[in-house]
Design a binder for this molecule. Sequence first.
Ligand SMILES: *Cc1c(COP(=O)(O)O)cnc(C)c1O
Length: 364
Amino acid sequence: MKGKDRYPQLEVDPGKLKENLTALQRRCQASFVDLIGVVKGVNAWEPVVRVFDGAGLAYLATSRVDQLRKLRAMDVRTPLLLIRVPMLSELEDAVSLADASLQSERAVLRAANEEAARQGKKHGVVLMADLGDLREGFWDREELIAAAAEVEGELANLTLLGVGVNLSCYGSIRPDANNLGELAALARRVEAAIGRKLPIVSGGASTSTYLALDGTMPRGVNNLRLGEILLVGRANYGCDPDFTHRDAFTLRAEVIECRDKPSFPIGQLTVDAYGHAGHYEDRGVRRRALLAIGRVDYGDWADLTPRMPGVEILGASSDHTIVDVEAVKDRIAVGDVLEFDVNYASLVNLTNTPGVALVVKGGA
Ligand SMILES: *Cc1c(COP(=O)(O)O)cnc(C)c1O
């Protein structure tokens, strides 16, 4: 046991992260795809940022201005990209902190141009096309092309960097040769309208990586914005490479009670702490461990995977997690620490709450 450590604790292994990044970068480059490293999934946690910053990425990106501020305070070398279309009310910070942003409204582009002029800066923009996922992006292709021409010809303090798309976020649309082919075609039309090549044609997030890995990325798509797959080594829609680490992060929680109890609650069944009806299986009396970590820390317990075989999560409330340890009851006592693998959803929560100690493998 580690007496002086604080729990719950999330540990990052920068060596594994670096290996994930290098391996994905090399394979994507073979498909002529450059990478943007997205750090919002870990709240711009410094050891992760340092790994990304050392990798020669095109940009470091986050959705939030407060994280841009953290990144600036770290003195990163890589240019910064804001990947949530900025609020009009945050444009001053967005322009001063980010080198570039994703954009989908002409009013915001014009206001960003004025803000950049006021600050005496040039601000890069990537125009987003909505190709069916129905989150951000121009819906009308002609409007996107007109906006691109306006940025190029009239908004002197903006630099048109390119076009991009977001998929598999709201509408759960799979990135494929069809929709990414449309993006490439749209980029060619913008290039024809402005008379030069666009440096960035950004084909989405982690869920688009499989096209670069299996060599089917449509020609002309030359950029991906990756968070999840760099952090946890995989993503939905079949992005399950066999060369990435899935365990660059380790969650640790401490056992505060460990004893035999019935597995079916006693008394009138109503609803749990969150107002939901529970599902309980009567398996008789079994050894249960209570952990000092809960939904406030990680969100949904189904996003955690116990590392020790035989440990099974039964449920959780705000500050407690209950695990069945009957199969390993000789090995677990009060004060012990259990380890879990985390997925992207739980990482977002764990790195955004003050209750979790964030530590780096090997100290520092
Ligand atoms: C979050 C986000 C990404 C990165 O997504 P991952 O699934 O973590 O790779 C890319 N682009 C935009 C616009 C995003 O909001």
